[in-house]
Ligand binder design. Structure first.
Ligand code: DP6
Length: 333
């Protein structure tokens, strides 16, 4: 199969309700445990990939500026994998635009590598199978495997003794979820984080005595989460998600040296969420590799939750709903 030489893809970030925190295989990006997320309808990434037979290196423009250093290296390594699979040699011209601050724990690598995987697969003429694309996106950034799909999505870690571990680890939609919820995104700091999630994860697995216990607990959380989604029980979904996220942060704070993403502003936001609950509003927090807080609540309560979260000093609040999976926008040759 030949590629269409150029493709543009759009993907949205996802926020994990059961977190991915720790790899059992760095090269293949195989996680220690399954995770489960909700794809958002805000902050899309749009990425175009065009093959340039005359070029001797990939060119990547990120939000209007040439990418260099680690971000460029990660994208080039990813494109090498796509080329190897497509048995093609042309270098690519990549243009990627985020609408979310990069590196602030707002899942830009998830939407970024999901869009890149889809656009690169389109341009180089690789697979269109969504599960295969999720495996491919996973190699760029683990959480990107989940952004291929809309709504609630589960990413299977795959059996440790699987004959083909790369094949065994993919994401797919949770088709029996009976829940429509809002995630109120509370941006507290939009700058890049001090420690990348990749490094923080590595350090946690290597040094945190709490990590094995969290992985065990997380597996049980996932089973309970799937049942709560099936039952449409927002309270249970929220409680499990908050517990899972706070446990993840505890594991990394117990690493050597500790990784601490929570700031005073995060603590104030978590207090505001507790305050909402004390007032009888169903609201539960989750946090990723950064200080920002996301609040899960009923769609009907989203405005009230957003209003309260805006009282946290320095916050910028965006209400997100369930968003769509990644799509190929154009494929003009
Ligand atoms: C805290 O997917 O960014 O957001 O695979 O190393 O690129 P790499 O990590 P990444 O980690 C995301 C971690 C998280 C939790 C989650 O999204 O499940």
């Amino acid at each position: 199969m030949t590629g269409s030489e150029q493709a543009v893809a759009v993907a949205h970030p996802n926020i994990a309700l059961i977190k991915y925190w720790g790899k059992r295989d760095e090269r293949l990006v195989l996680p220690c445990s399954d995770s489960l997320s909700m794809t958002l309808d805000v902050f899309p990434t749009t990425t175009s990939v065009r093959l340039d037979p005359a070029a001797d290196a990939d060119t990547v423009v990120m939000d209007g500026l040439p990418a260099r250093g680690e971000p460029l290296r990660r994208m080039t390594t990813f494109l090498d994998l796509v080329r190897e699979r497509a048995r093609r040699h042309e270098r690519a011209v990549v243009d990627t635009r985020n609408t979310v601050p990069v590196g602030a724990g707002l899942a830009s690598s998830a939407s970024g590598f999901a869009a890149l995987a889809l656009a690169a697969a389109g341009a180089y003429g690789l697979t269109r199978d969504p599960l295969a694309l999720s495996r491919l996106a996973r190699r760029g950034s683990g959480s990107a495997a989940r952004s291929l799909f809309g709504g609630f999505v589960v990413w299977h870690a795959g059996a440790v003794d699987a004959r083909d571990p790369d094949h065994a680890s993919y994401a797919e939609p949770v088709t029996d979820a009976r829940l429509d919820a809002a995630l109120v995104v509370v941006v507290l700091e939009a700058g890049p984080k001090s420690v990348s999630s990749r490094e923080a994860m590595r350090r946690t697995v290597a040094t945190s005595p709490l990590h094995p216990a969290w992985v065990t607990a997380s597996r049980a959380d996932l089973v309970r989460m799937r049942a709560a989604l099936r039952a449409g029980d927002l309270g249970a979904v929220g409680r499990i998600a908050e517990h899972n996220a706070l446990g993840m942060h505890a594991t990394m704070e117990a690493a050597t040296p500790p990784v601490r993403y929570r700031t005073d502003a995060s603590a104030a936001a978590l207090d505001a969420v507790r305050g909402l609950r004390a007032d009888g509003v169903g609201a539960w927090a989750t946090m990723d590799a950064g200080p920002n807080v996301k609040v899960l609540c009923d769609l009907a309560d989203a405005d009230r939750v957003a209003e309260r979260m805006r009282t946290v000093r320095g916050s910028r609040v965006v209400v997100a709903r369930r968003g769509p999976g990644a799509v190929l926008r154009t494929e003009a040759a």
